[in-house]
Design a protein around this ligand. Structure first.
Ligand SMILES: Cc1cc2nc3c(=O)[nH]c(=O)nc-3n(C[C@H](O)[C@H](O)[C@H](O)COP(=O)(O)OP(=O)(O)OC[C@H]3O[C@@H](n4cnc5c(N)ncnc54)[C@H](O)[C@@H]3O)c2cc1C
Length: 804
């Protein structure tokens, strides 16, 4: 084994082998993969080897497509068979909602280039003769599904990696990791030490243990998982023709042909974590004891839905562990606070996602950017609130819901309430329907007193619709108050703070006492943040941003911070704010402060330290509603007092409390984008309509050259707002946008504009269509709905209200 390497990849499962291959493919030849035992000795060896492109996140679906397309390449290059069988897959719907869900998946597939087809139960039964038709209402056929040999795939990746220059050392455990001051790593192994510039944790079942070597507690947990293989079923299954690959969502079962029989896997409700605190090092190519009682209810369902399967004997049962993150998506990327330390773990579908994970991580390491939108997999999305116990509860919930529909308005119950603000109990007492955002409770909407604060989950308009409408109208007609504790906040201060922010922000910094909106760009000019930059003093700033991305931003800042002169601090939970908005908002504020808050004294985009009653506060004159409004930030110990004061003072003005749902509807009426929806690292600032916040004339900043290029070329896409002829369902996001019989874009968010009386959608379209207004259609739950592109925001297009 060499004693120096550019990168040490820890773990030779399918993910580690893919990472090693992609690094060599990207040009890093000095790669050392170290595997504790034989390759595949974690989850990989006993996987069922199923693969599919379907994923709720289109960005992840793209990487799954990439993964499946890669198998031919690595097979041809290595000469090692991956055992791939592309059989095509049937996705069965047992309910109308599931069929809607499949129609939405098919629609999403249109702009991903996927050829998905909705078929009848009769057609499905012709493809899969075991079906008892009475349990199903329809199906979707995906031609790019199938299965492969987990061992063969891993070996093929590994062989390609070695052909590209990588060294693979087996039967050698990494026992410790120590950072050097220059950010490189000493890797201690059973067979000697290696000095490496970079380390990648692909430890799979042991990723937590590898993380702990560097003081990192990764939010992952292994779950036991069963599948069984039936005896041959002669007359129905021809072992020479591999053709069956089926998911029965309502039955929570997946099946595929295995020789002359069927492999049947379950995601059972009574799920069982494995090795909750630590994974034993002596576990390897072992299986866990079977517990058929646990999966019996799933099997009973399977045998009702597919009666002939129940008649076949069971040849083999497999129970093995594999890891999940709390939301079921992988954890990849660089880790904040640990230079040159990378992770690619928590990959629960290694054969659908392993290639994409390897590609994105290798790009990230080599080019500084994953090259794809991998937010859904980014390790930075979990903060230290995702403790081991939280992870345990959420992973169980996720596992038992693996095949359940997650409705767009559905809030999951596990691990709640966890994080609450000081006014939480008051919001609940006011009949707020609460949502969970990064473990933090926040009000979504307020049910009328006397009605249960419960929302029915649906793809269509829910029982919240009229109440959210009433909240929106009350704000726009008078004044409303909402909690905005779930906005992210980062404090940046020090003598070089302005210099630093000028380098990472695309807009000019505001003067003291003002705030400015600013995109943050990466070197390629793509949007990696969207901030309200508030300036307290020459050397002191408060950044308001998306809370979910707090860790993502801080990691980026860490990468670009000068050696001294600037301190960045996560402050999201230090300022649980309240926002007041509406034409009477000034009157309300004026009644609780002694300072002058007239438009002349406190104009739009002001930012001040103020006393509100007895409460020291930071006040920004801005509102996401598009109304005259104020965001008021106070320390947690003052939030209750502020809430009481504003409620009391607001009474004569008819103050209403409103929630996030109304806020999001109102921002749609103003065509305001949000992070992770309209603003993501695949869009440029000019494409996103944020060009006016990119100041190419100020100092040089990250992404300036690329932004200038985008400005002159016009980019490829345009963010647009549409009024949709919807029925009882609005767009929610990820629907295709059609024009002249072609898909020319996709929706990023949608909803109902209660004050403009229109169903609205925002989305990206090819820029060639950006001057047209008519001829658009948006496919909502399988139906193309006529849509008009709006030339201006539907509500207050010139922004009179917010400046008034
Ligand atoms: C029963 C079952 C069925 C499944 N079916 C499917 C399926 O149909 N389709 C699908 O896509 N996925 C399936 N999976 C999941 C799939 O197995 C995983 O997604 C995949 O194997 C994860 O690969 P990995 O490389 O991340 O982890 P692992 O396979 O766990 O690999 C980690 C490797 O790291 C090594 N390692 C750890 N620590 C060290 C150290 N300190 N030093 C050196 N080496 C170390 C380990 O020995 C191991 O080889 C299934 C899993 C199970 C259990």
């Amino acid at each position: 084994m060499k004693s120096n390497a550019q990168v040490v990849v820890i773990g030779g499962g399918v993910v580690g082998a893919s990472v090693a291959y992609h690094l060599t493919k990207g040009g890093w030849k000095d790669v050392l993969l170290i595997e504790r035992s034989e390759l595949t000795s974690g989850s990989t060896w006993h996987a069922a080897g199923g693969m599919h492109t379907l994923n709720g996140d289109p960005n992840v679906a793209k990487l799954q497509q990439y993964t499946i397309n890669l198998y031919k390449e690595i097979e041809a290059m290595s000469g090692v068979s991956t055992g791939m069988h592309v059989t095509g897959g049937l996705n069965l719907a047992g309910t109308k909602e599931r069929l809607d869900w499949l129609k939405m998946a098919r629609a999403r597939g249109r702009y991903l280039g996927m050829n998905l087809e909705i078929i009848s139960v009769d057609e499905a039964a012709k493809m899969y003769p075991f079906i008892d038709k009475k349990h199903f209402v329809g199906a979707m056929f995906d031609p790019v599904e199938g299965h492969l040999d987990p061992w063969g795939v891993t070996q093929a990746y590994a062989k390609c990696a070695t052909m590209g220059g990588a060294e693979i050392v087996r039967f050698n455990r990494v026992v410790d990791l120590k950072p050097r001051p220059d950010g490189s790593w000493d890797v201690f192994t059973e067979k000697g030490n290696v000095h490496a510039e970079h380390v990648v944790n692909c430890g799979g079942l042991w990723a937590r243990e590898v993380g702990r070597m560097v003081g990192l507690e990764l939010p992952i947990l292994a779950m036991e998982h069963h599948y069984l293989i039936t005896e041959d079923i002669p007359g129905v299954i021809d072992p020479k023709v591999d053709k069956f690959h089926v998911i029965d969502f309502e039955g929570e079962i997946y099946m595929r042909q295995e020789g002359g029989g069927m492999l049947i896997g379950t995601y059972e409700q009574a799920c069982q974590p494995w090795s909750e605190r630590e994974t034993p090092w002596d576990f390897g190519q072992n299986l866990l004891p079977n517990d058929l009682d646990r999966i019996a209810p799933s099997l009973e369902t399977a045998f009702q839905h597919f009666p002939d399967l129940g008649k076949a004997g069971i040849r083999k049962v497999v129970n093995g562990p594999f890891t999940f993150a709390p939301d079921g998506n992988p954890l990849i990327g660089p880790v904040k606070g640990l230079k040159n330390f990378w992770v690619a773990c928590g990959v629960m579908a290694g054969f659908s996602q392993g290639g994409g994970v390897g590609l994105a991580l290798a790009n990230w390491m080599i080019d500084g950017d994953p090259g794809h939108d991998v937010w859904g997999m980014d390790v930075s999305r979990f903060g230290d609130w995702a403790t081991m116990a939280y992870t345990n509860v959420k992973v169980r919930e996720n596992y038992s819901r693996r095949f359940r529909i997650r409705f767009p308005n559905e809030e999951l119950p596990a691990a709640r309430p966890l994080r609450t603000t000081p006014i939480y109990d008051r919001l609940v007492a006011s009949n707020a329907v609460m949502g969970d955002y990064c473990g933090l409770e926040n009000p979504l909407w307020f049910a009328p007193q006397g009605e249960p604060p419960v929302e029915n989950v649906t793809f269509r308009r829910s029982n919240a619709h009229p109440h959210v409408g009433a909240e929106c109208r009350a704000v726009r007609a008078g004044v409303g108050m909402t909690e905005i504790a779930n906005y992210g906040k980062i404090e940046v201060e020090g003598p070089r703070a302005a210099e630093f922010l000028n380098m990472v922000m695309a807009n000019r910094l505001p003067p003291v006492g003002k705030l400015a909106l600013s995109p943050m760009l990466n070197e390629k000019g793509k949007l990696i943040g969207d901030f309200t930059v508030c300036r307290h003093a020459d050397d002191k700033f408060l950044l308001i941003c998306s809370y979910a991305a707090e860790g993502y931003y801080l990691r980026w800042f860490e990468r670009h911070l000068p050696k001294d002169g600037v301190v960045c601090r996560a402050a999201s939970m230090d300022y649980p704010g309240l926002s007041i908005a509406g034409p009477k908002a000034r009157e309300l504020l004026a009644s609780v402060v002694s300072s002058d808050v007239s438009n002349a004294a406190l104009p739009f985009l002001s930012f001040r330290r103020m006393d509100i009653g007895m409460i020291p506060a930071l006040v920004g004159r801005v509102s996401f509603t598009g109304e005259l409004g104020y965001e008021i930030w106070v320390r947690p110990e003052y939030q209750r007092a502020l809430h009481s004061l504003l409620l009391q003072a607001g009474k004569p003005l008819g103050l209403v409390e409103f929630g996030m749902r109304a806020l999001l509807c109102m921002r749609l009426e103003k065509s305001f984008g949000t992070w992770f929806r309209e603003y993501r690292p695949i869009y440029g600032a000019f494409e996103a309509g944020l060009g006016r916040f990119v100041d190419l004339k100020k100092n040089d900043f990250i992404g300036r050259a690329a932004a200038a290029e985008e400005k002159s070329s016009g980019g490829k896409l345009r963010l647009s707002t549409f009024a949709v002829e919807a029925d009882d369902a609005d767009a929610i996001g990820d629907e295709p946008i059609w024009r002249n019989g072609k898909v020319i874009g996709w929706v990023t968010s949608g909803g109902y504009g209660h004050c403009v009386g229109k169903s609205l959608a925002m989305g990206y379209i090819e820029k060639e269509h950006a001057d047209a207004q008519d001829g658009f259609e948006i496919e909502i739950i399988g139906e193309k709905r006529p849509a008009v592109r709006l030339a201006a925001p539907p509500y207050d297009p010139t922004g009179v209200a917010m400046r008034s």
